[in-house]
Design a protein around this ligand. Structure first.
Ligand SMILES: [Zn+2]
Length: 105
């Protein structure tokens, strides 16, 4: 639990308080726009994550099939790791984007 400044009287109040305990001003109006900004930030962050995951996925495929021959040794592990992490990461990010959008309504 952290202490924040009341938007009206500037006294220190709990960050979880719905209203200021000194002046009674509701702290909800402010947090709604803050929440929206946070959601927009998260959405753009998730877009970046999905882009990184997709790049990793493509890189894994490229490493694996480099030169048209089957990967072996270190290349097999590096390519495989990129492929799996990229694929799983992309799936997780897509799900998180959907959940984030659903929470936006
Ligand atoms: Zn206050």
């Amino acid at each position: 639990m952290a202490l924040v400044e009341c938007s009206a009287c500037k006294k220190r109040i709990s960050s979880v308080a719905k209203a200021c305990q000194y002046c009674g001003i509701s702290q909800g109006g402010d947090s709604e726009s803050t929440q929206k900004i946070r959601q927009i930030n998260q959405a753009s962050q998730l877009q970046t994550h999905s882009f990184i995951a997709l790049t990793l996925f493509i890189a894994g495929v490229m490493i694996w099939f480099w030169g048209g021959e089957a990967a072996e040794g270190t290349r097999l592990y590096v390519g495989g790791a990129c492929f799996v992490f990229g694929f799983v990461g992309y799936l997780i990010t897509r799900i998180r984007i959907i959940l984030n959008r659903r929470g936006n309504v």
